[in-house]
Design a protein around this ligand. Structure first.
Ligand SMILES: NC(=O)c1ccc[n+]([C@@H]2O[C@H](COP(=O)([O-])OP(=O)(O)OC[C@H]3O[C@@H](n4cnc5c(N)ncnc54)[C@H](O)[C@@H]3O)[C@@H](O)[C@H]2O)c1
Length: 299
């Protein structure tokens, strides 16, 4: 049963549902997550208010077809940026929706269907982004794979390798290749997770890759701090996206909430990414925004 509360009100819960991975958003996720809208502070929603914070910037966003990536692409466009998004081949319809949203707000949107597990595909994404946009000022490493497995005995070696091949190796490849073209004032933002900090037991492989992302953010930030390229990350708690419906079991979806009494919507993470991409966060590098609805973690 869908909750009758607004999705920005405490007590809102998504109805239990399951999809095949990687998960589809448009016409499939029920209800559709908030992409362009943010809380109005009274339990309702309002259109995100932009302020030209990314005027003229060019952004490469992985997993930009849905969820946090789609909302970030949309808010970036509202703030004046053009975007190049990657997605998996089976997510064409969602990628088209991102393009529609970005263009609605006056941005250019280029899409590339690509599996980023291979280094050569990460190279291709960076080269195509450069050839279409002429620059990469912002890299948002956002894509990920997860699949719940309760115990280490049932976690296959194949899944362990697949999760690392998907979630961490491409963050290294994409950062390395994109940094060849990045300059002072540019920014990398990584999508980590609360799970790196709380050690979620039923997502062991995923949690380990997110821990590696935390260290990548810090080490890379230290390499580039004096060169003016900032590297930060978001560490979301539960967010209503296709990843959840495609990889979490019924019980986990029933408990999918935060101390605020509801999961986040993608737009509530995207606003943090906008902050980290813009000069509003000029004194932050190697840092984490814990956009998790009030769970205190030691960072
Ligand atoms: N939804 C949550 O509760 C939550 C919580 C914490 C962190 N996150 C993180 O947010 C990020 C975005 O996820 P989302 O929740 O918006 O879900 P999502 O399903 O909308 O996005 C995940 C994307 O990853 C991409 N992807 C998966 N495997 C890939 C591969 N091999 N090659 C290229 N792309 C691939 C897909 O295109 C997919 O769109 C992820 O890094 C995820 O770990 C999500």
């Amino acid at each position: 049963m869908s909750s009758d509360k607004s999705m920005f009100e405490s007590g809102w819960m998504p109805p239990v549902q399951q999809q095949a991975p990687p998960g589809q958003q448009k016409g499939k996720l029920d209800p559709q997550p908030a992409i362009e809208h943010v809380p109005d502070g009274k339990g309702g929603s309002k259109l995100y208010q932009a302020a030209g914070k990314l005027k003229g910037k060019k952004a490469l966003i992985t997993g930009g077809d849905s969820g946090i990536g789609q909302s970030t692409a949309t808010l970036f466009a509202m703030e004046g940026a053009d975007v190049f998004i990657t997605h998996l081949p089976e997510e064409e319809k969602d990628a088209e929706e991102t393009k529609r949203l970005v263009e609605k707000y006056g941005g250019k949107c280029y899409t590339l269907a690509v599996d980023l597990r291979e280094a050569k595909n990460c190279r291709k994404a960076v080269e195509e982004a450069m050839s279409k946009m002429g620059a990469i000022n912002i890299l948002f490493n956002n894509h990920a794979y997860q699949m719940m497995v309760e115990e280490i005995h049932d976690l296959s070696e194949e899944q362990w390798i697949k999760t690392f091949d998907t979630n961490i190796h491409p963050f290294f490849y994409l950062s390395k290749y994109a940094l060849e073209h990045m300059h002072a004032g540019d920014a990398i933002i990584n999508d980590a997770s609360i799970n790196a900090y709380i050690g979620r037991p039923d997502l062991l492989d995923y949690t380990c890759t997110k821990g590696a992302i935390v260290s990548l953010t810090r080490g890379l930030a230290n390499q580039f701090a004096a060169k003016g390229i900032r590297v930060n990350q978001v560490a979301p708690g539960p967010v209503w996206t296709p990843l959840v419906a495609a990889t979490m079991n019924e019980d986990a979806i029933k408990q999918f909430s935060t101390p605020m009494g509801r999961p986040a919507q993608p737009s509530e993470i995207a606003t943090c990414v906008v902050f980290l991409a813009s000069t509003d966060s000029s004194m932050l590098t190697g840092q984490t925004i814990h956009c998790n609805g009030g769970s205190f973690v030691t960072s």
